[in-house]
Structure formats: structure tokens, C-alpha cells
Design a protein around this ligand. Structure first.
Ligand code: F6R
Length: 611
């Protein structure tokens, strides 16, 4: 049995499988699925296919066995084509390396010793050393340095006295950690997938079945979906698909849902990158929220008013959104706290049944955020989730869920999901204050102005700025009040997409040390609005300028202190949203001029969760 407690997890990589491929091009279908899943990891990729023609006599088993053929490559899939032949059943994987370097040998799928069983894996097999030792004593030969290969040999071992279903279930039970495995057995023409921690979804299209880490990968092929819960398994053959509870060792009735994803959710819709497509969707997302917000907003606003203590938490951009909550709710007269989810464990002892925890997460699968959520639940606190992806682990854990309705976010760097989270946190804070309707109309107007800002003419100045900054090594970002968390998010975008070191500081902090870094020509981006702290922002810019800093103003007004100015829409407290979007676009153009990939920055993966 596996531990029920969330432990160290890395749950990236993309899994895709097909049974009964309708066009008899299973490898091609898997390849297309992997291209959509590449945001989950892009170190290497591979596909395994049951060869329908090749049957060889295996002396050991005294029977004819079907072979599996495999192709593996290092690097991104990009525009690659598969060399595998026609076939009806295949599995594939796109990897984010954890155990073992980025080599073709370490790429998945991994074969057992007989070459008739292939396995793909997400997660970390925490006890892989012990398992490997034991399997080696039993004569298994390993060809990779990965923990994942163990699963193939473990199943092979179990197959000596079990059928494929029981062998995979039994092997999966022996794996420690949070894992999803998918095994392809050529002899029985079966695919078995098991989930604990790492997501798996089944797509149904008549008698053609898919299995993937994210339903978006088969959105253009299947209309129905089954989301596997933790400790569930699926057995897919050419004749049937069955779902099992791994603890009760019983068949379970699958909850079949409509897959409401559109083809254009998974493609670039004519844009050069997902990043650009998703940033351009932002005005529409804000408009949609203003017209039809999630109905749970009123309910959550009420709970916030009643709670003794409210804690917002998340990681990365989602944490910055939590930090915004402090400012937004202070305006509404409510003192909320903001935590980086991975720092929360120590403070959980202070929570109780009168505490409300609000998890912010695009994926709903981030392990640190899940751990903090579980810590709060253990203290009987109420839990709300402000989430984007549906049917996630955080959604299942939350008492109240707000779906931010941003649609699938494919680019690894978060743009539209962050803006949607921010819109909800802002709207929530205003709803608490009784300003729900007014705020919806403010947001609608803002969305309109933003549309104008994102037009090509509006982007010209940001493009030119990217050219000016292309060879800089450091960029500083300053802001006060709402423009401080905005600056943090701005700087994170620059770091992720362009690899330039960018650091954000609250204006008031500069003189306490940071200003020593300013030299002649050091770029310093000042985020500002036309509200109360405009003068403070400008005077800290003057201090930087006096020391030789090159001042880039991101603001709805001109100023003599700015050496370069990007004008954003003047939208009161919502100006900080526009300032962040200017940062997203600057990061995008910088990424292009520096030859990086804005959709898949190095070393990152979407839903990357490391405790
Ligand atoms: C930044 C980014 C990350 C995520 C963070 C949390 O562009 O994408 O910082 O915000 O990893 O991820 P979720 O929101 O899925 O919990």
C-alpha cells in the first residue's frame, strides 16, 4: 500500500496513449497528443507501438509474442514526425528529467527484458533503489539510469504468476511516492494506467480510447472524459475500458463527463506562440468575468466576512496574487494574510476551525499548495480554491471553488490565468465591501481599454524597449502599494521568459540597501498609477536617476524622470493590471529578441511541483 500523506513530489511529464486508433496511425496520434502536452516537460520524448506484423517465437515462454517498437529522441518534439509504422495501440511520453540525465536512453517508454511490455511514468519512485537491487538479483537487466524503468521490470516480474491487470496493480502498490504509470502489454493488447498524485484522464470516442495527463491532449478527438481519482486504475483493451479502485480491488462505475474543450483551446489559433495567444485573450477573460462571474463569489465573500482569519496562499505568480489580496482586502477593511504555500507548514499550528484558507492555483495540482491546503484542513479550517484547471486535486479538497474561467493555459509562463486570478481576488474584495455591481462595470470598461492597449500600435513601444534591453544583465523593477506586487509579477515574467535577471523592490526599500546596485545606465522600471502613491513612486525614480539609473516608466502619465515611457490605460486601481500586462509583453518580446522560447523556457514545466 502507498502512503496517503503527500510527500516529495515532482509530477511533470506528459503521458498520452491510444487504443483502437481509428486511422490505424496510433504512433502519429500519440505524437500529436504529445505535442499538445509538451508544456509539461520537454527534455526528451518517446513512443512505443505494438507492431502488428512482427511476431517472434520466445523460447523462454514457448509461445509467439508480439513485439513493441520504440522511438526515442532528446529535445523538444517541435515539428518532429514519427518514424513508427501503422498500428492501433501506442503510448508516448514527453519528459522533464528527474532521475537520470537527458539522454535518449533515459527517455520513456522503458521496456522490460522481453521487449513485450513498455512503461511510461510520471512522478518519482521513492524506493527505486531497493526495488532495483531486488530486481537485479532476480536477473533483470536495466538499460537506463531512471527510476521509471523499474516499473517495467517490476511488472514483468509480477507477470510471472499474474495476468496483466493484476501484475500492474500489484507492481503499482509496491511503488512509494506520488506516481502515475501506464503500461502497454503487447501480448494481451492491453494498456493499464494507475494514478496516485499525478493526473490521468481517459478520453472516449466510440470504441477509440485515449489516456493522457491532461484532457486537453485529446480534446480534438474525444467528446467524453473520465478523470481518474487518486488510487484508481484503468484497463483499456480493444474491446472494453474498465475502471478500478486500487484499494478496494474492485470495479468502479466511471463518472463520464462531457469534455467541454474546443479544438482551438489546444492550438495557437494563428498566433506565433501560446504565450501571445493567451496574453491577447486577457481582455476577453476580464470581460467574461465582469459579465458572468462564478456564482460562488458571493458565497465566498460571505465566508470571508465571517472568518476570524483569512489566509491566501499559492506559489510563484499565484503567491503574488495572494500578496495582492492583502492590499485589496485592506481597502475593504479586512486584514488577510498571504503565504508562499511552501512556507506555510510552520504556521499551520496557528490555524483552527475559524480560519479560512484560500488556495490560488492555475493547475490545482501544485504539491506545495496542496500540502498547505491539507495542513489547513487538518486544523479543521475551511478551504476555498481559486482555480483554473477543472477536476483538480485542489478542487476536490476545497469546500468552495471559484473557477477563474481563463480556459486552458498552455504556455509554461502564466499570463491569462494570473490575470483571471487577480480579477477574481479584486472582485471578491469589492464584493465584501458591497461593490460587486460597480466593480463588474469597472472591469468591463477596463477590458475595453485593455483591448486598445494590446493592439499592434500599442505594442510598438514595448517592442522597441525589448530591443533596447536585449543585452542587459539586470533589470530592476520598482513600485509602491499595488504596484509592488505588480512589480514582483512583472520581474518574474522577465526572468522566466527572457532569462534576464530582474528584481522587484518596493519603492521605499531602495534606499535601505538596494540602491547600491545602481550604476550608470542600470535599467530601472518604475510601475505607477495616477493614485495616492504617484509622487512617492516618482521620487524614488528620481533617486535612482540621480545615481545614473535609466528610468523606464510604465504608467498612464508622462514624467520628466522617465527616460523611456510605456503608456498604459489609466484605470484607477486597475492600472496595476495593465502594468503587469505591459511586463508580460515586454518579457515576450525580450524572449524573442534573445532567441528563447516563450512557450517553453528552459528548466521549467507547467504543473511542476517540488516540495
Ligand atoms: C509563473 C508560473 C508559476 C506558477 C506556480 C504555481 O509564470 O507559472 O510561478 O504560478 O508554479 O502554479 P499553479 O498556479 O499551477 O499552482
Amino acid at each position: 500500500m502507498q502512503p496517503r500523506r503527500l510527500k516529495k513530489e515532482i509530477s511533470m511529464c506528459g503521458i498520452f496513449a491510444v487504443v483502437n486508433d481509428s486511422g490505424n496511425q496510433a504512433a502519429q496520434t500519440v505524437m500529436e497528443g504529445l505535442k499538445i502536452l509538451e508544456y509539461r516537460g520537454y527534455d526528451s520524448w518517446g513512443i512505443a507501438l505494438i507492431d502488428q506484423k512482427l511476431k517472434i517465437k520466445d523460447k523462454k515462454f514457448r509461445k509467439y509474442i508480439k513485439k513493441i517498437i520504440i522511438e526515442k529522441h532528446v529535445g523538444k518534439i517541435g515539428k518532429a514526425k514519427t518514424v513508427l509504422p501503422a498500428g492501433r495501440t501506442a503510448i508516448g511520453h514527453t519528459r522533464w528529467a528527474t532521475h537520470g540525465g537527458v539522454t535518449a536512453r533515459n527517455a520513456h517508454p522503458h521496456l522490460d527484458c522481453t521487449g513485450t511490455l513498455a512503461v511510461i511514468h510520471n512522478g518519482i519512485i521513492e524506493n527505486y533503489r531497493e526495488l532495483k537491487q531486488d530486481l537485479a538479483i532476480k536477473g533483470h537487466k536495466f538499460v537506463s539510469e531512471t527510476d521509471s524503468e523499474i516499473a517495467a521490470h517490476l511488472i514483468e516480474q509480477e507477470l510471472k504468476n499474474k495476468d496483466i491487470k493484476k501484475a500492474v496493480f500489484s507492481a503499482f502498490d509496491k511503488l512509494k511516492g506520488l506516481n502515475a504509470i501506464v503500461a502497454l502489454d503487447a501480448n494481451s493488447n492491453t494498456i493499464v494506467g494507475c494514478r496516485y498524485g499525478s493526473p490521468l484522464a481517459v478520453g472516449l470516442n466510440q470504441n477509440e480510447y485515449f489516456l493522457a495527463s491532461d484532457a486537453i491532449a485529446f480534446a480534438n478527438r474525444a467528446k467524453k472524459v473520465i478523470y481518474l481519482k487518486d488510487r484508481q486504475a484503468v484497463v483499456m483493451t480493444s474491446k472494453s475500458i474498465k475502471l478500478y479502485d486500487l484499494d478496494k480491488k474492485k470495479l468502479v462505475k466511471p463518472e463520464i463527463k462531457e469534455l467541454n474543450l474546443k479544438k482551438q483551446d489546444a492550438d495557437k489559433s494563428g498566433y506565433r506562440h501560446f504565450y501571445l495567444k493567451e496574453a491577447m485573450q486577457e481582455p476577453g477573460i476580464i470581460k467574461n468575468i465582469s459579465e458572468k462571474p462564478d456564482k460562488n463569489i458571493q458565497k465566498l465573500a460571505k465566508v470571508i466576512k465571517q472568518a476570524e482569519k483569512t489566509i491566501f496562499f499559492g506559489c510563484g505568480s499565484a503567491y503574488f496574487c495572494s500578496l495582492f489580496a492583502k492590499y485589496f482586502f485592506a481597502e475593504a477593511g479586512i486584514d488577510v494574510q498571504a503565504f508562499q504555500a511552501h512556507e506555510y507548514e510552520y504556521f499551520a499550528k496557528l490555524a483552527d476551525k475559524n480560519t479560512l484558507g484560500i488556495a490560488i492555483s492555475q493547475s490545482g495540482e501544485t504539491a506545495d499548495t496542496l500540502l498547505a491546503a491539507k495542513a489547513l484542513k487538518a486544523k479543521k479550517a475551511e478551504l476555498a480554491g481559486i482555480l483554473n484547471a477543472k477536476f483538480s486535486s485542489l478542487e476536490r479538497l476545497s469546500d468552495i471553488v471559484i473557477n477563474v474561467q481563463a480556459g486552458p493555459e498552455i504556455a509554461v509562463v502564466s499570463t491569462k490565468a494570473f490575470i483571471a486570478q487577480l480579477t477574481y481576488v479584486y472582485l471578491l474584495s469589492r464584493t465584501v465591501k458591497g461593490l460587486y455591481k460597480k466593480t463588474c462595470s469597472d472591469l468591463a470598461l477596463f477590458a475595453k481599454n485593455l483591448n486598445g492597449f494590446l493592439k499592434p500600435a500599442g505594442m510598438q513601444k514595448i517592442k522597441k524597449l525589448a530591443l533596447k534591453l536585449a543585452d542587459k544583465q539586470n533589470i530592476f523593477v520598482t513600485g509602491k502599494n499595488l504596484n509592488y506586487p505588480a512589480g514582483l509579477e512583472f520581474a518574474l515574467k522577465l526572468k522566466e521568459a527572457s532569462y534576464i535577471h530582474a528584481e522587484a523592490f518596493a519603492c521605499g526599500e531602495l534606499k535601505h540597501g538596494v540602491i547600491s546596485l545602481i550604476e550608470q545606465g542600470t535599467p530601472c522600471t518604475v510601475l505607477a498609477d495616477n493614485l495616492k502613491y504617484k509622487a512617492d513612486s516618482l521620487s524614488s525614480a528620481e533617486e535612482v536617476k540621480a545615481r545614473g539609473g535609466y528610468i523606464i516608466g510604465i504608467a498612464p502619465f508622462e514624467s520628466e524622470v522617465f527616460d523611456y515611457h510605456v503608456r498604459v490605460p489609466d484605470a484607477g486601481r486597475l492600472t496595476c493590471f495593465a502594468n503587469i500586462i505591459a511586463g508580460q509583453m515586454l518579457a515576450y518580446f525580450l524572449s524573442l529578441v534573445r532567441g528563447a522560447d516563450p512557450d517553453k523556457p528552459r528548466n521549467l514545466a507547467k504543473s511542476v511541483t517540488v516540495k
